[in-house]
Structures are given as structure tokens and as C-alpha cells.
Design a protein around this ligand. Structure first.
Ligand code: NDP
Length: 511
């Protein structure tokens, strides 16, 4: 979701020109994917899947129980023995083919993502294009996964091998469902692991489509599996004794539980958790770029973005012009049917999440903040009256101690805070338990790098925000997570090093 993805849409215009509307056919089919087949889970316990755009029930989805989880893990374990013996080049070829199939089916995938998430179609298209690129990237990297050679004395030597971990379990949140399935599975598969994924119960559809795409690309059955379910299913996966690593995206409290489960089993764990990131705007920045950046830091996917820079620090000397421009542009954002081409704000994922966001706006007002625009439920038209649409909100008169400035809201609520000096804003920006991302807008080159080096965050943006070019590592400092997704770092985290010592002479034993 960024300029680079826009460019790739221009390069591959077919990605957005077809008019596939087959997303609803995805709803009625079985939604577990085990051993290369769509299957229904054994469990009869179900949860209601609703379309965020309308609030209407799409279907009931069965939760996977212990037997279902075990079947998927056993399938992944069985196939691991074969998949790890493919060369990196062969594994990469499968991934590269999958990336091309995603590009061919991009409109169908994007429409299905809209059905599941309520995000606007223009964003879903960017997400899908970025996912194809990520799988392509790891397809290209796979052939180069290798160990090292170390010459020792007397002709002895040591070499290392980068071996896969085994069965990887993945659990995702609901804001970027296809992206989570691809960001987690493609590096895992590139390294020779097999994979079992539990999507969020709010967004079960596209992860299963990915299974079919991998199969069509030549991935052996059992290498990629999907089990649907709620928290209980996720806990079964994390606690399964035959899972070697968990890769999780979600909130800090659930991430803590996943880490506890991994600690009990001494398993590898990767965590992508929440954030409350700062976006700092100095008075020497290009104001139009800074306003664009602050909007991108807050308003994609109805504000439900972990890396959002929701604490927008603006140097006091430009506060007036900044607010005038950003309020005007924010009020112009079209709120509406997420399937419409001109919609910029779609539906919140659920009623519960929408009420939580609106409650935060109320708390902000009670604590002394003022609403400059938005923060209200909107009904774009009668057919969408069951969906939860919230106008993007800008809060001023905010102070660092306020609830709305401290908590991750996960909705389009921007808190604007004034500051005077560089040192002051760095210390206030870092005063949080999170450390996922941060942005700095300035035309002073030295200041840009000085501030970037002082901010405690895994992803730093200078004069931009929320761009995710393929190949760039992503992950958090502090409570925002452990490990990195994307980039070469992810390959290290899905492999383990075997060190092989080779003696060329006789053994000199001391006994
Ligand atoms: P949750 O932590 O509530 O849920 C994440 C997933 O974990 C869901 O599939 C959930 O199922 C499942 N789960 C719940 N309990 C357990 C358990 N005990 N063991 C294993 N899995 C369990 O997060 P949300 O889905 O509400 O997503 C929002 C959060 O995700 C925000 O904090 C956001 O910042 C973060 N996030 C982080 C990103 C990053 O890359 N850093 C990206 C996107 C989101 P169920 O829904 O049934 O509870």
C-alpha cells in the first residue's frame, strides 16, 4: 500500500482492469484447507461471519477443534520430510509461479478481501499486488539460502547449513488477512518449512484461496494448511507439541499468551503486535507532504493499522496552517460502499470494534480534547445501514497523559499534539511501551537522521509514512513485537543453523 505498489499497478494494468465479482462464491465453500483440499472441520461449534460493509451475516463458520488442528499439523509434519529435500531453487520456482497466479486472480482476491474486511477496493488492490511481490521476492531468495565455510587448522574445517525449523504455525489479525497469510507463509516455505495458518475469525476467506493458488503453482499437498477458528483454535495450534515455531500477528495480550505457549514447548516465536506510533512534523517540512504523510499514517483501512502514527506531533509555529490543510483534506475523504472506485473510507470490521472507537472519542472529549472533524457514525446510504462507517477524526488540545494518546485505538482517530523543541519531542515520542513505527517530516537532512536514530521503533519513515516496499524488514521494538517479517531477516528466523566439524587427521584424545 504505497507509491511503489501504485507504480506496479501501472506496470501491470491487468491487475485492476478486470471486473471479477466472484468473491461471494468463496463464502459457501468449506473453509478449512488441509492436505491440499478444502474440508469442513469435525467440530460443530460455529461462529457468525458478517460482511462489514452491510453488517449482514454471510454464513456460520465451524471452529476447528483439537482433532482438526492435529490433522492439519500431522499433514504438515508428514510433508515436511519431502519439502525440505527440494532445492531452494525448486521451492523458489513454486513461489514465483504462485505470485504470478495471484496477479492473474488479483481482482477476485481484492473483491474477496473487501467482502471480508470492509476496506475500500483501491486499498485491497494495493494489498494484493504487494502480496504477489512478497511471494515473488522470497521465490527469488530461496535459491540463495545457504550456510558458510570456515577453514580450521591442519586442513580441518567447519561448514554450516541453514536448515528449516519444521512445522510453522501462523495466527493472523483481521486488518490485512491475505497479507498476513503471504508474509508468514512465503518465507517459511522458501526455507523448507511447512505451514498451518489460523486466520482471524473475522476474515477467513482469502487464506484458503492462497492454499489453492499454491497447489496450482506446484506446492505439494500438506505444505500449506488453513484451520479456521477463534482464540481456542489458536491456543490449540500454539500448544501443539509438533509445531516448531509460531508466528503471530495481533494484540499484546494475545501475543503474551502465544509466547507463554511457546515458552512451555521451547519453540521459536515471532510476534507482530500493536503500536501507538509518533509522527513528528517540524516547521521546516514541506507542509503538503507532511499533511499527506499524517493522513497516510492514520486513515488507511479505517485506521485499523498496527504501524499507524496516531500521535501526530506538530511544531507549534506551524500548528495553524497544518490543521487548516489537514481538516479540509480529511473532510473530503469519501466515506461509502467499499466496492466503489471512489471510496476512501470503508466499513469498520465489526460493531464491537466501531463502538470501541466511538467510545475512545467520547473519553477524549471528557478528558479535555476537542474534535476538529469526524469521530461519528455515518450511514452512507440505506443499503449500508447495518455497516459501521466512522468519519475520520482529528483531535486537538491533546495531552500526553490522555487515554486516547496512550492506548492503541485501532480506528481513524488522530491525536494532534504541539511541541517546541527537538529534544522535547524525541523524549515525548519515546514515552510509550510500544515501538512499532515512527515518522519524521523535515527538510533538514541532519535533523532527519539525528531524530531517526533517537526514536525507539522498528520502522522509521523520513518524509513519508506507512509505505511497505517489498524486501524491507518490518517489526517492533519494545512491546510491539519480536523478530522481523519481510526482507532477508525473515529467512534467518525461519531457519536454524547446523554446524558441521570435519576432522582431517587422527583424533588426539587426552585419555
Ligand atoms: P487479537 O490479539 O485479539 O487476535 C489475533 C488472533 O489471535 C485472532 O485470530 C484471535 O482469535 C487469536 N487468538 C485469540 N486468543 C488466542 C490464544 N490464546 N492463542 C492463540 N491465538 C489466539 O488481535 P486482533 O485480531 O483484534 O487484531 C488487532 C491487533 O493486532 C492490534 O493490536 C494490532 O496492532 C495488531 N496488529 C499488529 C500488526 C503488526 O504487524 N505488528 C499488524 C496488524 C495488527 P479471536 O479473534 O477469536 O480472539
Amino acid at each position: 500500500m504505497n507509491v511503489l505498489v501504485w507504480r506496479s499497478l501501472i506496470r501491470y494494468p491487468h491487475r485492476c482492469m478486470c471486473t471479477v465479482t466472484g468473491s461471494s462464491s468463496q463464502v459457501s465453500q468449506p473453509l478449512n484447507y488441509v492436505d491440499g483440499q478444502r474440508v469442513d472441520p469435525k467440530c460443530t461449534q460455529t461462529f457468525d461471519l458478517r460482511e462489514p460493509a452491510t453488517g449482514k451475516s454471510l454464513r456460520y463458520v465451524a471452529s476447528s477443534n483439537e482433532e482438526d488442528v492435529d490433522t492439519a499439523v500431522r499433514s504438515a509434519r508428514r510433508e515436511f520430510k519431502a519439502w525440505k529435500k527440494f532445492s531452494g531453487f525448486e521451492r523458489g520456482n513454486v513461489l514465483k509461479k504462485a505470485a504470478n497466479i495471484i496477479r492473474m486472480r488479483s481482482e477476485e482476491l481484492a473483491r474477496t478481501e473487501v467482502l471480508d474486511t470492509g476496506k475500500p477496493i483501491y486499498e485491497a488492490r494495493m494489498d494484493i499486488a504487494g502480496c504477489a511481490d512478497t511471494i515473488d521476492y522470497y521465490g527469488g531468495m530461496a535459491a540463495g539460502i545457504s550456510g558458510e565455510f570456515l577453514q580450521l587448522s591442519n586442513g580441518n574445517f567447519n561448514y554450516t547449513m541453514r536448515e528449516p525449523l519444521g512445522v510453522v504455525g501462523g495466527i493472523g489479525a483481521w486488518n490485512y488477512p491475505f497479507q498476513m497469510a503471504t508474509w508468514k507463509s512465503s518465507p517459511a516455505l522458501a526455507c523448507g518449512n511447512t505451514f498451518v495458518f489460523k486466520p482471524s475469525p473475522f476474515t477467513p476467506l482469502t487464506a484458503v484461496m492462497l492454499g489453492e493458488i499454491y497447489k496450482e503453482a506446484g506446492l505439494p499437498d500438506g505444505c500449506y494448511n488453513v484451520i479456521q477458528g477463534e482464540g481456542e483454535t489458536g491456543a490449540l495450534l500454539g500448544n501443539h507439541p509438533d509445531v516448531n515455531k509460531m508466528t503471530f500477528t495481533g494484540s499484546v495480550p494475545t501475543g503474551t499468551k502465544v509466547m507463554e505457549a511457546c515458552a512451555k514447548g521451547i519453540k521459536h516465536v515471532g510476534l507482530e503486535l500493536g503500536g501507538k506510533s509518533p509522527c513528528i512534523i517540524f516547521n521546516d517540512s514541506n507542509l503538503d507532504n507532511a499533511v499527506s504523510g499524517a493522513m497516510m499514517a492514520n486513515f488507511f483501512t479505517q485506521g485499523q493499522v498496527c504501524s499507524n502514527g496516531t500521535r501526530v506531533f506538530v511544531q507549534n509555529s506551524i500548528m495553524g496552517p497544518f490543521l487548516a490543510k489537514i481538516v479540509e483534506r480529511t473532510k473530503n475523504m469519501k466515506i461509502g460502499n467499499p466496492n466503489h472506485e471512489d471510496t476512501k473510507v470503508g466499513a469498520t470490521i465489526s460493531e464491537e470494534q466501531a463502538l470501541k472507537v466511538l467510545a475512545y472519542v467520547d473519553i477524549a472529549k471528557k478528558e479535555g480534547a476537542s474534535v476538529l472533524c469526524g469521530g461519528e457514525r455515518v450511514v452512507p446510504d440505506a443499503s449500508l445501514s447495518g455497516g459501521y462507517y466512522i468519519s475520520p477524526c482529528i483531535l486537538v488540545n491533546c495531552e500526553d497523559h490522555m487515554t486516547v494518546v496512550k492506548d492503541e485505538i485501532f480506528g481513524s482517530v488522530m491525536s494532534v499534539l504541539g511541541f517546541d523543541t527537538e529534544q522535547e519531542v524525541i523524549s515525548r515520542a519515546n514515552d510509550t511501551e510500544f515501538g512499532l513505527a515512527a515518522g519524521v517530516f523535515t527538510n533538514d537532512l541532519k535533523r532527519a537522521h539525528r531524530v531517526a536514530s533517537e526514536l525507539e521503533a522498528g520502522s522509521l519513515y523520513v518524509n513519508n509514512y506507512n509505505v511497505y516496499p517489498v524486501g524491507v524488514p518490518f517489526g517492533g521494538y519494545k512491546k510491539s513485537g519480536l523478530g522481523r517479517e519481510n526482507g532477508p531477516e525473515a529467512l534467518d528466523l525461519f531457519t536454524q543453523v547446523k554446524s558441521v566439524y570435519v576432522e582431517m587427521g587422527d583424533v588426539e584424545a587426552p585419555f
